[in-house]
Write a protein that binds this ligand. Structure first.
Ligand code: PLP
Length: 390
């Protein structure tokens, strides 16, 4: 189908790149003209294992021949297995399955609100991103995404990232939860400081609020640990997940600490497709592959190479203001707009992303090789060299 026919029939909610991708394998994708690209932002953060990882493909294929969908009133073995694996790799508790990151956060917000009738405020961060449903949009601390969708659900308050005194001022006994991304993704790849996360944990405990960590983007090995909070030693009460958990299949989940598992009882929350066997088969394959292939260590090592490469570029190009990130999640903060850099990288066969207008976002698969990292750094170096330095 040509692009203008596509545009005639598909609602135009995305600024689409003029590429039709038809095939993916590991870190590579191909367009309909047979051109190959190195994908440094696979699946918009959902590609921690790259494209079409053989173990995920095999699991999904095998499951499709058995049963594809089971309503959640019946037991579903794979859902139980995935929940057990998630709990084993996070903290003791139970898991609810849904289909996306927004749904995971929506469920976590519902849980926090239902827990105590006197606590309804949710504190989130300016520049955060938690999803596009009305409640998660209200949680998202970026007014440009909220514009025109009022009235949004009330009770959301925004704090400055890494500003402990501000969080202290906002906390009181009416706060139901503090909802944080350990590294703000859409908000410009901004890692929270260990001191900030620790302060959030302490304040939540002092005021009887839940600490909800949104690891939709940072989870499942992205930062070199299974979950970013494991770098900080700050354990949340609720952990929200999606994106790479499905290895390419749509899935969302939230893990609830054992102390809070009774809040959402029968009838209080649900999803027709949440945790269906196809998505859970993929999720189990993802977690087993990460363990079997030692991908957390690999992500930490390859991520250090990526960081070193980007820091070298920062020394060579005055256009770079800052390099920041964690593990295999890196932002290159430019002194100007990033769209031109993204386009020129694409013309040279490397797909990257730009968020917040001026932050290049590089989130290769955690399976990426040293050679693939070097190739992307070389292309970025060339592109930055072509542009006027601010
Ligand atoms: N939370 C974070 C941190 C995200 O980055 C995103 C999406 O980019 C979401 C939530 C929403 O996830 P979804 O698009 O699957 O609803």
């Amino acid at each position: 189908m040509d692009k203008s026919t596509f545009d005639q029939y598909v609602l135009q909610t995305y600024k689409r790149v003029p590429l039709t991708l038809v095939k993916g394998e590991g870190m590579r994708v191909w367009d309909d003209a047979g051109n190959e690209y190195l994908d440094f932002f696979p699946g918009w953060g959902a590609g921690n294992l790259g494209h079409c990882h053989p173990s995920v493909v095999a699991a999904v294929r095998a499951q499709a021949e058995k049963i594809m969908h089971i309503p959640n009133v019946y037991y579903n073995e794979l859902q139980g297995k995935l929940a057990q694996l998630l709990v084993a790799s996070s903290f003791d508790g139970q898991v609810f399955f849904c289909n996306s990151g927004a749904e995971a956060n929506e469920g976590a917000i519902k849980l926090a609100r239902k827990r105590d009738a006197t606590k309804k405020t949710i504190i989130t961060l300016k520049d955060s991103f938690h999803g596009r449903t009305l409640a998660t949009l209200a949680a998202t601390g970026q007014p440009e995404y909220q514009q025109g969708f009022d009235p949004l659900p009330a009770g959301f308050v925004y704090s400055e990232p890494n500003d402990v005194p501000m969080l202290e001022r906002l906390m009181d006994t009416e706060v139901a939860a503090v909802l944080l991304e350990p590294v703000l993704g859409e908000g410009g790849v901004l890692p929270l400081t260990p001191a900030y996360l620790r302060a959030a944990r302490t304040l939540c405990d002092r005021f009887g609020a839940l600490l909800i960590l949104d690891e939709v983007q940072t989870g499942i090995g992205r930062t070199g640990r299974m979950f970013a909070w494991q770098h900080y030693g700050v354990v949340p009460d609720v952990l929200t997940l999606a994106k790479s958990l499905g290895g390419g299949m749509a899935i969302g989940a939230f893990v609830v600490g054992r102390a809070h598992c009774g809040i959402l009882g029968p009838g209080s929350h649900g999803s027709t497709f949440g945790g269906n066997p196809m998505a859970c088969a993929a999720g189990v394959a993802v977690l087993q592959t990460i363990a079997a292939e030692g991908l957390l260590d690999r992500a930490a090592k390859t991520g250090a190479l990526l960081q070193a490469g980007l820091l070298r570029l920062a020394q060579r190009h005055a256009l770079i203001a800052e390099v920041r990130g964690l593990g295999m999640m890196w932002g290159v903060v430019l002194k100007g707009e990033g769209a031109e850099v993204v386009m020129r990288c694409r013309e040279k066969g490397v797909l990257i992303n730009c968020t917040h207008g001026n932050v290049l976002r590089l989130m290769p698969a955690i399976t990426a090789t040293e050679g693939e990292i070097a190739q992307a750094i070389t292309v970025l170096d060339e592109v930055l060299g072509e542009l006027p330095q601010a």
